[in-house]
Design a protein around this ligand. Structure first.
Ligand SMILES: NC(=O)c1ccc[n+]([C@@H]2O[C@H](COP(=O)([O-])OP(=O)(O)OC[C@H]3O[C@@H](n4cnc5c(N)ncnc54)[C@H](OP(=O)(O)O)[C@@H]3O)[C@@H](O)[C@H]2O)c1
Length: 307
């Protein structure tokens, strides 16, 4: 089974758009996302463009803020302070990576937790770990949504996560180990002596490494579910852009053994953007004193309640 995040994201975005319409009717304004871009990293430009396009499709306003690579940390922090206190802004996204002279953690911590739609603020990560209501990191949240949509149960399953980053591996593990999700989680990283022995045991493998072919067919058991988070640019002269996007998984070989697998592109990536939109709506609702499910938008699903 191909787990199409692309198809699912279209469905989810339709529901979010209905909820955004309902929000706009009730509060006479659209939810608003501030998008902060520093420099001209080509991948960042592409991501920011896709995020703004999604806002426009769904009825979310976006406030664009761009800086040269040379911006000082203090200038960036004062911009964020301004967005924190701007009543028209519901969510703040600072596109990473930032230039090396800027401390990314200081920037993440400067964003008001209520507007932290990426879900990276220590307060949101801490609440997530404790199983409390928070804004949940978009990529792990999108992966859960894929598993739920395709009725892949996590309770009692062994899940191996390759990668321990703060934005994917750690929040993914925290979500899966919560009561109700009930998975038994193992995390591997670059210092794990025998990664294959962990992945081979797993019913579900989530690869978030950042290397092409980090997960090969000999590393998965027959019938495993494989989620490929990786987005790697590989030179490809047949493409106009000069590169192709590949995941972390050796897709052709692993898909012959897996019972279900996400493709790259068209898997986790589109769901990450959809979840960013959902978090923006959630942040907007909470700033108005309601939860998204209170919108009564008739989308047919409690689609925006978070995890
Ligand atoms: N689809 C999406 O929406 C989305 C969102 C976010 C990220 N991504 C992509 O996902 C990938 C990972 O992103 P990230 O931000 O989590 O990366 P990251 O911060 O570079 O973390 C990579 C992790 O992989 C671990 N690692 C390295 N080699 C390994 C190996 N052979 N086996 C197991 N673990 C290994 C590293 O271990 P150490 O900690 O020991 O270094 C690290 O924890 C990238 O390709 C990124 O572009 C995609």
């Amino acid at each position: 089974m191909i787990l199409s995040g692309k198809e699912l994201s279209e469905l989810v975005k339709k529901q979010i758009s209905e909820c955004c319409g309902s929000f706009a009717r009730r509060f006479s304004r659209k939810p608003c996302l501030a998008v902060v871009l520093v420099g001209d990293n080509p991948a960042s430009l592409t991501y920011v463009r896709s995020k703004k396009k999604a806002c426009e499709e769904l009825g979310i306003a976006h406030l664009d803020v761009s800086f040269e690579n040379t911006i000082s940390q203090d200038e960036l922090l004062s911009c964020i302070a301004g967005l924190n206190s701007d009543p028209s802004v519901d969510g703040i996204l600072v596109q990473m990576p930032l230039p090396s002279h800027v401390d990314e953690l200081a920037v993440t911590e400067a964003i008001s937790p209520e507007k932290d739609v990426d879900g990276f603020h220590p307060q949101n990560i801490g609440k997530l770990l404790l199983g409390q209501k928070s804004l949940v990191a978009c990529t792990p949240k999108g992966i859960l949504r894929i598993l739920d949509h395709y009725e892949i149960k996590t309770a009692g399953k062994k899940v191996c996560i390759m990668g321990r980053s703060n934005i994917v591996g750690k929040p993914m593990a925290a979500l899966l180990m919560q009561k109700g999700r009930d998975a038994t989680v193992t995390i591997c990283h670059s210092r794990t002596p025998d990664v294959a022995s962990c992945t081979r045991e797993a019913d579900i493998v989530i690869a978030a490494v950042g290397h092409v072919n980090a997960l090969t067919a000999d590393m998965v058991k027959e019938g495993a579910v494989v989620i490929d988070v990786g987005i790697n640019r590989v030179p490809d002269s047949s493409k106009k852009s000069g590169f192709a996007l590949k995941g972390d998984v050796d897709y052709d070989a692993v898909s012959l053994k897996a019972s279900a697998i996400t493709p790259v592109p068209g898997g986790v990536g589109p769901m990450t953007i959809a979840m960013l939109m959902e978090n923006t709506l959630t942040a907007a609702c909470r700033r108005e004193g309601i939860e998204p499910e209170d919108l009564d938008c008739g989308c047919g699903k409690s689609c925006c309640g978070g995890c």
